[in-house]
Design a protein around this ligand. Sequence first.
Ligand SMILES: [Zn+2]
Length: 475
Amino acid sequence: MFNPFDKPNNKSLHSFPRKILGVVCVLATSLPVYASTTVVPPNEQLVLREIQKKVSAARLKADVTTLVGFGTRHTLSETKSTTQGIGAARRWIKSEFDKISAQCGGCLEVIYQKQTFSEEKRIPEPTEVVNVIAIQRGQLDPNRYIVMSGDIDSRVTDPLNFTSASPGANDNASGVGGVIEAARVLSQHKFAGTVVYAALSGEEQGLFGGKIMAGIAKKEGWRVEAVINNDMIGNISGINGVINNTTARVFSEGVRYVETSEEARKRRFTGGEVDSPSRNVARYIDQIADQYIPNLDVMMVYRLDRFGRGGHHRPFNAVGYPAVRIMETNEHYDRQHQDIRTENGREYGDVLSGVDFDFTAKLTSLNAVTMAAMAWAPPPPAQTEISGAVKASTTLKWQRPAGSMAKNLAGYRVHWRLTTEPTWTHSQYVGDVTEFELKNIVIDNYFFGVSSVAKDGFESPVVFPGPAGSFGGYK
Ligand SMILES: [Zn+2]
């Protein structure tokens, strides 16, 4: 029978908590000073350090170089050639996913998602937009999805120019390279939840690939826990002169786009403007970076995306799914959406030399570690509610999942922070209960949340109570 705690190369790690349990029980009878009936799962995961180390800058460089070699990957470009254009690019991505799958006993379902668009501002003629998706099915909770995405397509100055050289090395071969590399590393493990590697298309023409995928997920009833969209993860030299390879940005919406007017009315009185599930995914990524990614700090940006600009996490937010954008902190606009040229001694174009592959590897490892941690954790608590007005204490309630979804569940952790704090500052592990009272903590003065914790310590993102913070139900 499958046991999610038996991961390759990691047998000894996961027998560790059980040994602790044994020791605690023995001591409990003879030395009451150590008495403890609840074993708190560990919060250091050596397997995540292994995953972080396995991401390879050399393989990323090879993949981005291959993608650049297709000449242009414009959504309207050539699809029949085997060497040039977006058709060749997506067939190559599919073949890479197939290769990875062959090395893990067929652990990936590799599919195309297609839809034809026409009479759009940037798709004047009928054009098939095609995503390449690899799905690594979860062992305990297969309908819970954690998605990493990047974009196949590229463009130059004129968004309708589909013939000129458009390497799109950073925008966004770096993101697709990251998706493929994460698949290589994570496919060596088995997870409780489903992990998806998504190479989307049609981004530059109007976020069409994301719309296709979000629509399919919604229609098929996927419980999407997070979409981590990667768009430009290779540039370390900013237009403003800053050169820095130690920081990444994570953009997230504050209020859920799908909020109803009734939910907005309630939020006005109880809070939640800065606690959408997307925002709590961003906080999760921030914490993962601090704990597991050496020499990388996350700058959370409390904004859907860059000022007035777009990315492929947005179509997922638009249907109510948690989704964030990871990207470099220092952008260089001379190397985005530009015809390759030199003007007055200044070089323009999104060419290979603008990508720092050690940095791309760092951000790819941030994705891989985040997805592994989430996918090994139980589902985020559902139906989370809070009460305590005009009382000394605050009470949180939530639902426990049933069946195999709960198989790796140890219990829950409640979190709180001052309302002006950007991240969770206080927490308490409360065991396998569905209600907890924080004694003499007054509800008015803090924000609160709950996360679920696996027996081996993996933890879900924090869920802020009510519709404002909900990750959805268990069905
Ligand atoms: Zn772009």
